[in-house]
Design a protein around this ligand. Structure first.
Ligand SMILES: NC(=O)c1ccc[n+]([C@@H]2O[C@H](COP(=O)([O-])OP(=O)(O)OC[C@H]3O[C@@H](n4cnc5c(N)ncnc54)[C@H](O)[C@@H]3O)[C@@H](O)[C@H]2O)c1
Length: 355
């Protein structure tokens, strides 16, 4: 059996889910981790049995035993470390978003194109059973031509603070952090069409709502309520070259009555709600049908998502599978996100050119 020797760069929150999925995969050996927080790197290496812990990712990339890496650092180093890793001969699974900007994504994509290495983008929600099943229905033509989709992720007081609230490091707020997941899901299910125009709005009316004391909130380790340079919420209409359109909203702070996450696609033969849970709408014999696929989890399942994502990455690195989320998908999504921010800043629709 072929074994893939992996390293993980960035050993914070999300790295734990990569490491768990690698540890559970019989074709993987975790050999090294790296984090600028040397103590964290060492304790994570000890926890997962990695032989080496580095405080500088460059040292991990120079480690000849490492064949593939997960990049789980802050958004500002995704493209940089991915480029360095590809050039060092490693396969790469880079966390979402692929980069902070479309320009960074294009640079990374061109390096990937020039090298014989795998670059997979960490669009983990694509790998969950609800999405896999719906995608197989769509690929078989069950929904017909998809011409409309909606993607929404609303947090009422969900600004995590720290680097997530720092535009320079994160590249933006709820759009690039959580909106990216639902936009990607809708775009993937729509068949990955090219975006041609975007009209968007961005609002920063409420701030991080740090004065609210009656509800729990997730805070990063270096949470500081006085620091926040990202938007509260965005909305957008995205038009595609096949005439389809996607309606989006994403918030960290909003006077909504509850948090929510919803992704729906609508075709000329049927429609589907992927989130909050998978249901398919269609018609047969002059009758409207709602069909509920029976899955062990009808909504996004974190463990299933990460283990299937890592299995797809490992299989692709070993030359036995095709990546579900290649570099150009990550770059197309960054093009859309950039255009949302640009349209909102200009206060008008922006048009996009084909590559
Ligand atoms: N797929 C998902 O569902 C999902 C969920 C959460 C986070 N993420 C993504 O994962 C990434 C990390 O998020 P997190 O929540 O784990 O953050 P985190 O702050 O918990 O962990 C990031 C780690 O990277 C390290 N790091 C940052 N810059 C570094 C550098 N230049 N060199 C070495 N180490 C560096 C930090 O010290 C930290 O330990 C982000 O890009 C985020 O968008 C994805």
């Amino acid at each position: 059996m072929s074994i893939l020797k992996v390293g993980v760069i960035g050993t914070g929150g999300i790295a734990g889910l990569h490491l768990q999925a690698y540890a559970d995969n019989p074709r993987v050996q975790i050999v090294a981790v790296a984090d600028m927080n040397a103590q964290r790197a060492q304790s994570v290496a000890d926890q997962w049995g990695a032989a080496r812990a580095y405080s500088d990712p460059a040292e991990l990339l120079a480690d000849p035993e490492v064949q593939a890496v997960s990049i789980c650092t802050w958004n500002n180093t995704h493209a940089q470390f991915a480029i360095e890793a590809i050039k060092a001969g490693k396969h790469v699974l880079v966390e979402k978003p692929m980069s902070r900007t479309y320009a960074e994504a294009q640079e990374l994509e061109s390096v990937v194109d020039a090298h014989d290495r795998v670059l997979q983008v960490g669009f983990v929600r694509r790998h969950s059973a609800n999405c896999r099943v719906l995608k197989s229905f769509i690929d078989e033509g069950e929904l017909g031509e998809i011409y409309y989709a909606k993607a929404s992720v609303i947090r009422r007081m969900g600004n995590p603070g720290g680097w997530f609230a720092d535009k320079e490091i994160a590249g933006g707020g709820p759009l690039i952090d959580i909106g990216v997941h639902v936009i990607d899901l809708a775009w993937y299910l729509m068949g990955s069409p090219r975006a041609v125009s975007v009209s968007a709005n961005s609002y920063s009316k409420l701030g991080n709502r740090s004065h609210i004391t009656t509800m729990p909130r997730y805070k990063v380790a270096d949470y500081d309520p006085t620091k926040n340079t990202v938007e509260d919420m965005v909305n957008a209409v995205i038009r595609f070259d096949n005439g389809a359109s996607l309606l989006v909203d994403a918030s960290y702070s909003l006077h909504a009555v509850e948090d929510s996450l919803a992704v729906s696609v609508f075709g000329d033969k049927g429609g589907a709600e992927l989130e909050p849970s998978l249901r398919i709408a269609t018609e047969k014999h002059q009758t409207v049908l709602n069909v509920t696929p029976q899955l062990s989890s009808s909504t996004f399942n974190l463990t299933d998502g990460f283990s299937t994502e890592i299995e797809n990455f490992v299989g692709t690195c070993l030359g036995e599978a095709e990546s579900v989320a290649p570099a150009w998908h990550g770059a197309e999504i960054m093009k859309i996100l950039d255009a949302v921010y640009e349209s909102a800043a200009l206060g008008r629709e922006v048009t996009l050119s084909s590559p």
